[in-house]
Write a protein that binds this ligand. Structure first.
Ligand code: RAM
Length: 518
Protein backbone atom coordinates (compact mmCIF):
# COMPACT_ATOMS: atom_id res chain seq x y z
CA UNK A 1 0.00 0.00 0.00
CA UNK A 2 2.78 2.39 1.03
CA UNK A 3 4.60 1.61 -2.19
CA UNK A 4 1.48 2.30 -4.21
CA UNK A 5 1.01 5.70 -2.55
CA UNK A 6 4.65 6.61 -3.20
CA UNK A 7 4.37 5.69 -6.86
CA UNK A 8 1.17 7.66 -7.15
CA UNK A 9 2.96 10.61 -5.58
CA UNK A 10 5.81 10.20 -8.08
CA UNK A 11 3.38 10.03 -10.96
CA UNK A 12 1.77 13.22 -9.69
CA UNK A 13 5.15 14.94 -9.31
CA UNK A 14 5.97 14.02 -12.90
CA UNK A 15 2.91 15.86 -14.08
CA UNK A 16 4.21 19.21 -12.89
CA UNK A 17 2.26 22.16 -14.19
CA UNK A 18 1.11 20.58 -17.46
CA UNK A 19 -2.39 19.69 -18.55
CA UNK A 20 -3.73 16.24 -19.21
CA UNK A 21 -1.30 13.32 -19.14
CA UNK A 22 -1.05 11.48 -22.47
CA UNK A 23 0.74 8.66 -20.66
CA UNK A 24 -1.89 8.25 -17.96
CA UNK A 25 -2.56 4.59 -18.83
CA UNK A 26 1.13 3.65 -18.61
CA UNK A 27 2.96 5.95 -16.25
CA UNK A 28 2.37 4.06 -13.05
CA UNK A 29 3.51 0.80 -14.64
CA UNK A 30 6.65 2.41 -16.07
CA UNK A 31 7.61 3.80 -12.69
CA UNK A 32 6.98 0.44 -11.06
CA UNK A 33 9.23 -1.22 -13.60
CA UNK A 34 11.92 1.40 -12.97
CA UNK A 35 11.73 0.65 -9.28
CA UNK A 36 11.83 -3.08 -9.87
CA UNK A 37 15.15 -2.79 -11.72
CA UNK A 38 16.85 -0.65 -9.05
CA UNK A 39 20.28 -2.18 -8.65
CA UNK A 40 21.90 -3.14 -5.37
CA UNK A 41 25.10 -1.15 -5.22
CA UNK A 42 28.27 -3.07 -4.60
CA UNK A 43 30.47 -1.65 -1.89
CA UNK A 44 34.17 -1.79 -1.23
CA UNK A 45 36.05 -0.06 1.54
CA UNK A 46 39.13 1.64 0.10
CA UNK A 47 42.05 3.34 1.81
CA UNK A 48 44.53 5.85 0.44
CA UNK A 49 47.45 4.11 -1.18
CA UNK A 50 49.82 7.06 -0.78
CA UNK A 51 50.23 10.67 0.25
CA UNK A 52 51.25 13.34 -2.24
CA UNK A 53 51.85 17.05 -2.60
CA UNK A 54 50.23 19.01 -5.38
CA UNK A 55 52.68 21.29 -7.11
CA UNK A 56 52.53 23.67 -10.06
CA UNK A 57 53.73 22.35 -13.39
CA UNK A 58 52.90 24.14 -16.60
CA UNK A 59 53.01 20.86 -18.55
CA UNK A 60 50.44 19.18 -16.26
CA UNK A 61 46.67 19.20 -16.81
CA UNK A 62 45.41 22.63 -15.73
CA UNK A 63 48.88 23.42 -14.36
CA UNK A 64 49.05 21.14 -11.30
CA UNK A 65 50.42 17.68 -10.67
CA UNK A 66 50.76 15.25 -7.78
CA UNK A 67 54.27 14.35 -6.58
CA UNK A 68 55.43 12.24 -3.61
CA UNK A 69 54.74 14.23 -0.45
CA UNK A 70 52.56 14.37 2.63
CA UNK A 71 49.80 16.97 2.25
CA UNK A 72 47.13 15.08 0.33
CA UNK A 73 45.75 11.53 0.51
CA UNK A 74 45.85 9.68 -2.78
CA UNK A 75 43.40 6.79 -3.24
CA UNK A 76 45.34 5.66 -6.29
CA UNK A 77 42.26 5.73 -8.55
CA UNK A 78 38.97 7.54 -9.04
CA UNK A 79 36.38 6.43 -6.47
CA UNK A 80 32.80 7.35 -5.69
CA UNK A 81 31.41 6.89 -2.20
CA UNK A 82 31.35 7.87 1.44
CA UNK A 83 34.29 9.09 3.50
CA UNK A 84 35.05 8.14 7.06
CA UNK A 85 37.78 9.70 9.16
CA UNK A 86 38.97 8.37 12.52
CA UNK A 87 40.89 10.46 15.01
CA UNK A 88 42.95 9.84 18.10
CA UNK A 89 43.82 12.22 20.91
CA UNK A 90 47.59 12.05 21.35
CA UNK A 91 47.99 14.23 24.41
CA UNK A 92 45.84 16.31 26.74
CA UNK A 93 42.05 16.24 26.90
CA UNK A 94 39.74 17.32 24.08
CA UNK A 95 38.32 20.51 25.53
CA UNK A 96 37.08 22.06 22.31
CA UNK A 97 35.57 20.95 19.03
CA UNK A 98 37.77 20.41 16.04
CA UNK A 99 37.08 22.02 12.71
CA UNK A 100 37.92 19.84 9.70
CA UNK A 101 38.07 21.21 6.16
CA UNK A 102 37.78 18.46 3.61
CA UNK A 103 38.33 18.79 -0.10
CA UNK A 104 38.19 16.11 -2.73
CA UNK A 105 39.30 16.37 -6.32
CA UNK A 106 38.95 14.18 -9.37
CA UNK A 107 42.18 15.76 -10.65
CA UNK A 108 45.04 17.44 -8.73
CA UNK A 109 44.19 20.97 -9.96
CA UNK A 110 40.77 20.78 -8.36
CA UNK A 111 42.25 21.10 -4.88
CA UNK A 112 44.27 24.17 -5.80
CA UNK A 113 41.96 26.29 -7.97
CA UNK A 114 41.11 29.66 -6.57
CA UNK A 115 37.50 30.00 -5.50
CA UNK A 116 37.54 33.77 -5.04
CA UNK A 117 35.93 35.61 -6.62
CA UNK A 118 33.47 32.91 -7.59
CA UNK A 119 33.10 32.92 -11.37
CA UNK A 120 31.02 29.78 -11.79
CA UNK A 121 27.60 29.83 -13.38
CA UNK A 122 26.46 26.73 -11.48
CA UNK A 123 26.25 26.48 -7.72
CA UNK A 124 29.55 26.54 -5.89
CA UNK A 125 28.14 23.75 -3.71
CA UNK A 126 29.11 21.32 -6.48
CA UNK A 127 32.72 21.81 -5.37
CA UNK A 128 33.60 18.99 -3.01
CA UNK A 129 34.52 21.28 -0.10
CA UNK A 130 33.08 20.44 3.29
CA UNK A 131 33.72 22.07 6.65
CA UNK A 132 32.73 19.88 9.57
CA UNK A 133 32.85 20.49 13.29
CA UNK A 134 33.94 17.37 15.13
CA UNK A 135 32.68 17.18 18.69
CA UNK A 136 33.86 13.78 19.73
CA UNK A 137 37.21 12.59 18.48
CA UNK A 138 36.60 9.09 19.77
CA UNK A 139 33.77 8.52 17.25
CA UNK A 140 34.35 7.93 13.53
CA UNK A 141 33.27 10.84 11.36
CA UNK A 142 31.32 9.73 8.28
CA UNK A 143 30.30 12.49 5.91
CA UNK A 144 26.83 12.31 4.44
CA UNK A 145 27.91 13.76 1.11
CA UNK A 146 28.82 11.25 -1.55
CA UNK A 147 32.29 12.20 -2.84
CA UNK A 148 33.86 11.43 -6.15
CA UNK A 149 37.53 11.63 -6.95
CA UNK A 150 41.01 10.45 -6.16
CA UNK A 151 42.73 13.18 -4.14
CA UNK A 152 41.66 14.15 -0.63
CA UNK A 153 42.93 16.98 1.50
CA UNK A 154 42.00 17.33 5.16
CA UNK A 155 43.07 20.42 7.10
CA UNK A 156 42.28 21.81 10.54
CA UNK A 157 42.24 25.62 10.48
CA UNK A 158 41.39 26.16 14.15
CA UNK A 159 44.29 24.58 16.03
CA UNK A 160 43.33 23.28 19.46
CA UNK A 161 45.38 24.68 22.32
CA UNK A 162 44.93 22.07 25.04
CA UNK A 163 45.33 18.80 23.20
CA UNK A 164 47.01 17.22 20.24
CA UNK A 165 45.48 14.67 17.92
CA UNK A 166 46.13 12.56 14.84
CA UNK A 167 44.04 11.35 11.93
CA UNK A 168 44.21 7.65 12.56
CA UNK A 169 42.45 6.29 9.53
CA UNK A 170 40.86 7.50 6.31
CA UNK A 171 38.59 5.31 4.27
CA UNK A 172 36.09 5.61 1.47
CA UNK A 173 33.20 3.16 1.08
CA UNK A 174 33.12 3.05 -2.71
CA UNK A 175 29.82 2.26 -4.42
CA UNK A 176 28.96 1.20 -7.95
CA UNK A 177 26.31 -0.84 -9.75
CA UNK A 178 28.71 -1.87 -12.48
CA UNK A 179 29.30 -5.46 -11.41
CA UNK A 180 32.26 -7.56 -12.33
CA UNK A 181 34.70 -5.76 -14.59
CA UNK A 182 35.63 -7.46 -17.82
CA UNK A 183 39.28 -7.65 -18.83
CA UNK A 184 40.11 -4.93 -21.32
CA UNK A 185 43.44 -4.31 -22.95
CA UNK A 186 45.07 -0.91 -23.36
CA UNK A 187 45.10 2.35 -21.47
CA UNK A 188 42.17 4.01 -23.30
CA UNK A 189 39.68 1.12 -22.85
CA UNK A 190 40.80 0.72 -19.23
CA UNK A 191 40.15 4.39 -18.50
CA UNK A 192 36.82 4.14 -20.29
CA UNK A 193 35.94 1.16 -18.10
CA UNK A 194 36.82 3.13 -14.96
CA UNK A 195 34.74 6.05 -16.24
CA UNK A 196 31.71 3.90 -16.96
CA UNK A 197 31.83 1.93 -13.71
CA UNK A 198 32.02 5.15 -11.68
CA UNK A 199 28.99 6.55 -13.51
CA UNK A 200 26.99 3.35 -12.95
CA UNK A 201 25.11 4.06 -9.78
CA UNK A 202 21.37 3.59 -9.18
CA UNK A 203 21.04 5.16 -12.62
CA UNK A 204 23.71 5.74 -15.24
CA UNK A 205 24.71 9.16 -13.97
CA UNK A 206 26.19 11.64 -16.40
CA UNK A 207 28.98 12.28 -13.90
CA UNK A 208 29.35 11.02 -10.33
CA UNK A 209 30.64 14.42 -9.15
CA UNK A 210 28.30 16.56 -11.27
CA UNK A 211 25.39 16.41 -12.32
CA UNK A 212 24.77 13.04 -10.64
CA UNK A 213 21.57 12.39 -12.56
CA UNK A 214 20.15 10.54 -15.51
CA UNK A 215 20.59 12.59 -18.69
CA UNK A 216 18.98 11.10 -21.77
CA UNK A 217 21.79 11.91 -24.22
CA UNK A 218 24.57 10.75 -21.94
CA UNK A 219 22.65 7.58 -21.16
CA UNK A 220 22.41 6.58 -24.81
CA UNK A 221 26.20 6.68 -25.04
CA UNK A 222 26.51 4.85 -21.71
CA UNK A 223 24.28 2.10 -23.16
CA UNK A 224 26.70 1.64 -26.04
CA UNK A 225 29.70 1.39 -23.70
CA UNK A 226 27.83 -0.98 -21.36
CA UNK A 227 27.08 -3.30 -24.27
CA UNK A 228 30.74 -4.09 -24.72
CA UNK A 229 31.71 -4.16 -21.05
CA UNK A 230 29.56 -4.76 -17.97
CA UNK A 231 26.38 -5.70 -19.82
CA UNK A 232 24.30 -4.59 -16.86
CA UNK A 233 20.94 -4.74 -18.62
CA UNK A 234 18.82 -4.23 -15.52
CA UNK A 235 20.37 -0.82 -15.05
CA UNK A 236 19.61 -0.04 -18.70
CA UNK A 237 15.99 -1.12 -18.20
CA UNK A 238 15.69 1.06 -15.12
CA UNK A 239 16.96 4.11 -16.99
CA UNK A 240 14.66 3.54 -19.96
CA UNK A 241 11.64 3.19 -17.70
CA UNK A 242 12.65 6.22 -15.65
CA UNK A 243 12.93 8.40 -18.73
CA UNK A 244 9.51 7.23 -19.86
CA UNK A 245 7.94 7.51 -16.40
CA UNK A 246 9.24 11.05 -15.98
CA UNK A 247 8.31 12.28 -19.44
CA UNK A 248 6.16 15.40 -19.55
CA UNK A 249 2.39 14.91 -19.64
CA UNK A 250 2.34 16.22 -23.22
CA UNK A 251 4.47 13.18 -24.08
CA UNK A 252 7.82 14.85 -24.68
CA UNK A 253 10.81 13.50 -22.83
CA UNK A 254 12.41 15.55 -20.13
CA UNK A 255 16.13 15.33 -20.75
CA UNK A 256 16.99 14.86 -17.06
CA UNK A 257 15.65 12.72 -14.26
CA UNK A 258 16.40 12.80 -10.53
CA UNK A 259 15.82 9.82 -8.28
CA UNK A 260 15.35 11.31 -4.87
CA UNK A 261 13.20 11.45 -2.83
CA UNK A 262 11.06 9.97 -5.62
CA UNK A 263 11.84 9.86 -9.33
CA UNK A 264 11.02 13.21 -10.86
CA UNK A 265 12.15 15.13 -13.93
CA UNK A 266 13.86 18.42 -14.44
CA UNK A 267 10.66 20.01 -15.64
CA UNK A 268 10.50 21.74 -19.01
CA UNK A 269 13.84 20.21 -19.99
CA UNK A 270 12.77 18.93 -23.39
CA UNK A 271 15.54 19.07 -25.97
CA UNK A 272 14.85 17.53 -29.39
CA UNK A 273 18.26 15.90 -29.60
CA UNK A 274 18.01 14.28 -26.16
CA UNK A 275 14.47 13.17 -26.97
CA UNK A 276 15.39 11.75 -30.38
CA UNK A 277 17.92 9.41 -28.86
CA UNK A 278 14.97 7.52 -27.39
CA UNK A 279 14.08 5.54 -30.57
CA UNK A 280 17.81 4.88 -30.98
CA UNK A 281 17.93 3.58 -27.40
CA UNK A 282 15.04 1.20 -28.02
CA UNK A 283 16.56 -0.09 -31.25
CA UNK A 284 19.91 -0.52 -29.49
CA UNK A 285 18.23 -2.29 -26.56
CA UNK A 286 16.40 -4.64 -28.91
CA UNK A 287 19.60 -5.37 -30.75
CA UNK A 288 21.36 -6.17 -27.48
CA UNK A 289 18.64 -8.29 -25.90
CA UNK A 290 15.99 -9.32 -28.44
CA UNK A 291 13.44 -8.23 -25.81
CA UNK A 292 10.57 -6.92 -27.90
CA UNK A 293 8.25 -6.78 -24.86
CA UNK A 294 10.06 -3.83 -23.33
CA UNK A 295 10.14 -2.09 -26.69
CA UNK A 296 6.39 -2.57 -27.02
CA UNK A 297 5.92 -1.26 -23.49
CA UNK A 298 7.80 1.97 -24.23
CA UNK A 299 6.73 2.33 -27.85
CA UNK A 300 4.28 5.23 -27.23
CA UNK A 301 7.22 7.32 -26.01
CA UNK A 302 9.29 6.69 -29.11
CA UNK A 303 6.34 7.49 -31.36
CA UNK A 304 5.65 10.73 -29.51
CA UNK A 305 9.27 11.92 -29.73
CA UNK A 306 9.27 11.44 -33.49
CA UNK A 307 5.88 13.08 -33.97
CA UNK A 308 6.95 16.06 -31.87
CA UNK A 309 10.19 16.58 -33.78
CA UNK A 310 8.38 16.21 -37.13
CA UNK A 311 6.19 19.06 -35.95
CA UNK A 312 9.25 21.34 -36.13
CA UNK A 313 9.71 20.79 -39.86
CA UNK A 314 8.89 23.67 -42.14
CA UNK A 315 7.21 23.46 -45.53
CA UNK A 316 10.55 22.52 -47.12
CA UNK A 317 10.92 19.51 -44.73
CA UNK A 318 13.77 21.22 -42.90
CA UNK A 319 14.06 21.13 -39.13
CA UNK A 320 13.33 24.77 -38.49
CA UNK A 321 11.51 25.51 -35.22
CA UNK A 322 9.57 28.75 -35.26
CA UNK A 323 10.26 29.26 -31.54
CA UNK A 324 13.61 28.86 -29.78
CA UNK A 325 14.16 25.21 -28.81
CA UNK A 326 17.00 24.11 -26.56
CA UNK A 327 19.34 21.70 -28.31
CA UNK A 328 22.51 20.26 -26.80
CA UNK A 329 24.91 18.05 -28.83
CA UNK A 330 28.05 19.75 -27.51
CA UNK A 331 29.33 22.70 -25.53
CA UNK A 332 30.92 24.42 -28.51
CA UNK A 333 30.15 28.10 -28.06
CA UNK A 334 27.86 29.75 -30.58
CA UNK A 335 27.06 26.45 -32.31
CA UNK A 336 23.95 26.47 -34.47
CA UNK A 337 22.46 23.05 -33.92
CA UNK A 338 19.56 22.92 -36.36
CA UNK A 339 21.36 20.99 -39.11
CA UNK A 340 22.64 18.52 -36.52
CA UNK A 341 19.11 17.98 -35.23
CA UNK A 342 17.92 17.61 -38.81
CA UNK A 343 20.42 14.77 -39.32
CA UNK A 344 19.60 13.14 -35.99
CA UNK A 345 15.90 13.22 -36.79
CA UNK A 346 16.58 11.37 -40.04
CA UNK A 347 18.50 8.71 -38.08
CA UNK A 348 15.73 8.48 -35.49
CA UNK A 349 13.02 8.11 -38.15
CA UNK A 350 14.91 5.29 -39.81
CA UNK A 351 15.53 3.47 -36.53
CA UNK A 352 11.90 4.10 -35.61
CA UNK A 353 10.83 2.56 -38.91
CA UNK A 354 12.78 -0.60 -38.14
CA UNK A 355 11.08 -0.84 -34.77
CA UNK A 356 7.63 -0.12 -36.22
CA UNK A 357 8.13 -2.99 -38.64
CA UNK A 358 9.14 -5.35 -35.86
CA UNK A 359 6.05 -4.33 -33.94
CA UNK A 360 3.89 -5.05 -36.97
CA UNK A 361 3.09 -1.48 -38.02
CA UNK A 362 4.27 -1.52 -41.64
CA UNK A 363 2.29 1.61 -42.69
CA UNK A 364 3.94 3.69 -39.96
CA UNK A 365 7.35 2.34 -40.94
CA UNK A 366 6.68 3.31 -44.52
CA UNK A 367 5.47 6.77 -43.52
CA UNK A 368 8.61 7.45 -41.45
CA UNK A 369 10.91 6.19 -44.20
CA UNK A 370 9.23 8.53 -46.63
CA UNK A 371 9.63 11.47 -44.24
CA UNK A 372 13.31 10.58 -43.74
CA UNK A 373 13.85 10.50 -47.52
CA UNK A 374 12.14 13.89 -47.89
CA UNK A 375 14.38 15.32 -45.20
CA UNK A 376 17.49 13.94 -46.88
CA UNK A 377 16.42 15.56 -50.12
CA UNK A 378 15.64 18.86 -48.37
CA UNK A 379 19.08 18.88 -46.74
CA UNK A 380 20.79 18.29 -50.08
CA UNK A 381 18.77 21.05 -51.66
CA UNK A 382 18.76 23.76 -48.99
CA UNK A 383 21.67 23.09 -46.61
CA UNK A 384 24.40 22.37 -49.14
CA UNK A 385 26.53 25.49 -49.80
CA UNK A 386 29.91 25.52 -51.52
CA UNK A 387 30.66 21.88 -50.88
CA UNK A 388 29.58 21.57 -47.24
CA UNK A 389 26.42 21.63 -45.12
CA UNK A 390 25.55 24.84 -43.32
CA UNK A 391 23.34 25.45 -40.34
CA UNK A 392 20.87 28.18 -39.42
CA UNK A 393 19.98 31.48 -40.99
CA UNK A 394 23.61 32.61 -40.70
CA UNK A 395 24.68 29.51 -42.68
CA UNK A 396 27.16 28.54 -40.02
CA UNK A 397 29.79 25.95 -40.86
CA UNK A 398 30.63 23.39 -38.24
CA UNK A 399 32.10 19.91 -38.00
CA UNK A 400 28.93 18.97 -36.12
CA UNK A 401 26.67 19.62 -39.11
CA UNK A 402 28.83 17.46 -41.38
CA UNK A 403 28.83 14.63 -38.82
CA UNK A 404 25.06 14.48 -38.69
CA UNK A 405 24.60 14.79 -42.43
CA UNK A 406 26.88 11.76 -42.80
CA UNK A 407 25.13 9.80 -40.05
CA UNK A 408 21.77 10.69 -41.61
CA UNK A 409 23.04 9.39 -44.97
CA UNK A 410 22.36 12.73 -46.60
CA UNK A 411 25.79 12.33 -48.11
CA UNK A 412 27.82 9.14 -48.46
CA UNK A 413 30.84 7.57 -50.12
CA UNK A 414 33.60 9.81 -51.52
CA UNK A 415 31.42 12.95 -51.18
CA UNK A 416 31.02 12.27 -47.46
CA UNK A 417 34.75 11.80 -47.09
CA UNK A 418 35.40 15.11 -48.81
CA UNK A 419 32.92 16.90 -46.56
CA UNK A 420 34.48 15.54 -43.37
CA UNK A 421 38.04 16.15 -44.53
CA UNK A 422 37.22 19.70 -45.46
CA UNK A 423 35.52 20.37 -42.12
CA UNK A 424 38.38 18.88 -40.12
CA UNK A 425 41.09 20.73 -42.00
CA UNK A 426 39.50 24.17 -42.19
CA UNK A 427 40.01 26.21 -39.00
CA UNK A 428 36.92 28.28 -39.87
CA UNK A 429 34.66 25.37 -38.95
CA UNK A 430 33.40 25.17 -35.39
CA UNK A 431 34.62 21.97 -33.77
CA UNK A 432 33.33 19.66 -31.05
CA UNK A 433 34.80 20.19 -27.61
CA UNK A 434 33.23 17.31 -25.73
CA UNK A 435 33.90 13.59 -25.99
CA UNK A 436 30.13 13.20 -26.33
CA UNK A 437 30.20 15.00 -29.67
CA UNK A 438 33.56 13.45 -30.64
CA UNK A 439 31.88 10.07 -30.32
CA UNK A 440 29.64 10.86 -33.27
CA UNK A 441 32.58 12.24 -35.23
CA UNK A 442 34.40 8.92 -34.82
CA UNK A 443 31.23 7.07 -35.82
CA UNK A 444 30.81 9.26 -38.92
CA UNK A 445 34.44 8.75 -39.95
CA UNK A 446 34.08 4.99 -39.64
CA UNK A 447 30.81 5.14 -41.59
CA UNK A 448 32.65 6.51 -44.60
CA UNK A 449 35.70 4.32 -44.31
CA UNK A 450 38.04 6.94 -42.86
CA UNK A 451 39.61 4.59 -40.36
CA UNK A 452 42.92 6.38 -39.98
CA UNK A 453 41.10 9.67 -39.30
CA UNK A 454 38.90 7.89 -36.74
CA UNK A 455 42.03 6.61 -34.97
CA UNK A 456 43.47 10.11 -35.13
CA UNK A 457 40.43 11.57 -33.32
CA UNK A 458 40.65 8.78 -30.75
CA UNK A 459 44.30 9.66 -30.14
CA UNK A 460 43.83 13.43 -30.06
CA UNK A 461 40.87 13.34 -27.69
CA UNK A 462 40.85 10.23 -25.50
CA UNK A 463 44.55 9.46 -26.07
CA UNK A 464 45.52 12.98 -25.05
CA UNK A 465 43.56 12.69 -21.80
CA UNK A 466 45.21 9.34 -21.14
CA UNK A 467 48.60 10.90 -21.82
CA UNK A 468 48.01 13.47 -19.10
CA UNK A 469 47.80 10.74 -16.49
CA UNK A 470 44.08 11.19 -15.76
CA UNK A 471 42.21 8.23 -14.30
CA UNK A 472 38.90 8.77 -16.09
CA UNK A 473 37.69 10.68 -19.15
CA UNK A 474 36.38 14.23 -18.90
CA UNK A 475 33.18 15.99 -19.82
CA UNK A 476 35.02 18.65 -21.85
CA UNK A 477 38.12 18.20 -23.94
CA UNK A 478 39.72 21.21 -25.59
CA UNK A 479 43.43 20.57 -26.08
CA UNK A 480 44.13 24.27 -26.67
CA UNK A 481 42.26 25.36 -23.55
CA UNK A 482 42.64 22.62 -20.98
CA UNK A 483 40.86 24.60 -18.29
CA UNK A 484 37.95 25.65 -20.48
CA UNK A 485 34.64 25.38 -18.67
CA UNK A 486 31.13 25.91 -20.00
CA UNK A 487 30.22 26.69 -16.41
CA UNK A 488 32.66 29.53 -15.78
CA UNK A 489 34.92 27.58 -13.42
CA UNK A 490 36.95 24.43 -14.20
CA UNK A 491 36.18 23.09 -10.72
CA UNK A 492 32.62 22.61 -11.92
CA UNK A 493 33.65 20.44 -14.86
CA UNK A 494 33.12 16.73 -14.47
CA UNK A 495 36.35 14.77 -14.95
CA UNK A 496 34.61 11.41 -15.05
CA UNK A 497 31.79 11.68 -17.54
CA UNK A 498 29.54 9.01 -18.95
CA UNK A 499 29.52 10.31 -22.50
CA UNK A 500 33.31 9.92 -22.59
CA UNK A 501 33.16 6.17 -21.93
CA UNK A 502 32.46 5.07 -25.52
CA UNK A 503 35.95 3.86 -26.42
CA UNK A 504 34.59 0.63 -24.90
CA UNK A 505 32.02 0.59 -27.68
CA UNK A 506 34.54 1.40 -30.41
CA UNK A 507 37.00 -1.25 -29.25
CA UNK A 508 34.20 -3.78 -28.86
CA UNK A 509 32.41 -3.07 -32.11
CA UNK A 510 35.37 -2.31 -34.37
CA UNK A 511 38.27 -4.24 -32.87
CA UNK A 512 40.24 -4.28 -36.10
CA UNK A 513 40.19 -0.48 -36.34
CA UNK A 514 41.26 0.38 -32.82
CA UNK A 515 43.24 -2.59 -31.55
CA UNK A 516 46.51 -0.93 -32.57
CA UNK A 517 46.03 2.07 -30.27
CA UNK A 518 47.63 1.67 -26.87
C1 RAM B 1 25.79 19.04 -18.79
C2 RAM B 1 26.20 17.68 -18.46
C3 RAM B 1 25.39 16.61 -19.12
C4 RAM B 1 25.05 16.99 -20.51
C5 RAM B 1 24.37 18.30 -20.50
C6 RAM B 1 23.87 18.74 -21.81
O1 RAM B 1 24.98 19.56 -17.81
O2 RAM B 1 27.51 17.59 -18.85
O3 RAM B 1 26.10 15.44 -19.09
O4 RAM B 1 24.30 16.06 -21.19
O5 RAM B 1 25.26 19.22 -20.04
Amino acid sequence: MKRFVLLLLTATLCLGGYGQDVYAPYRQHWLEQAQRYTPVLQERVCHPVDTVDIVPDSAAFQGWKAVPGSAVFDFGRHLTGYLTLRFRVLSGTQDAPLRACIRMGEIPAELMLSREPWTGTLSRAWLQDETVTVWDLSAPLTLSRRFSGRYLSVSFPDTPTAFSFAVDDVSLRAVSAAGEAPQVEGRIPQMALATLSECMQTVMEDGPKRDRRLWAGDFYLGMLANRYSFRNMDLVRRCLYLLAGCAAPDGTLNSQVYESPQPHPQEWSYAPDASLYFPLMLQEYLDQTGDLDLVRDLWPVAVKQLQTALGFLDARSLFHPSVPVWQVFDWCEGLDRTTSTHGLLICALRQGALLAEKLGDAPLAEQWRTRAAEMQEAARRYLWKSGVFVSGDAQQRSVHSQIWMVLGDVVSGPAARRVLLRALSDPQFLRPNTPGAMHFLVEALIRCGMEEEARQVMRSCWGAMAGLGLDTFCEIWDADHPDASPYGHPGLNSYCHLWASTPLYFWGRYPAIFAGIR
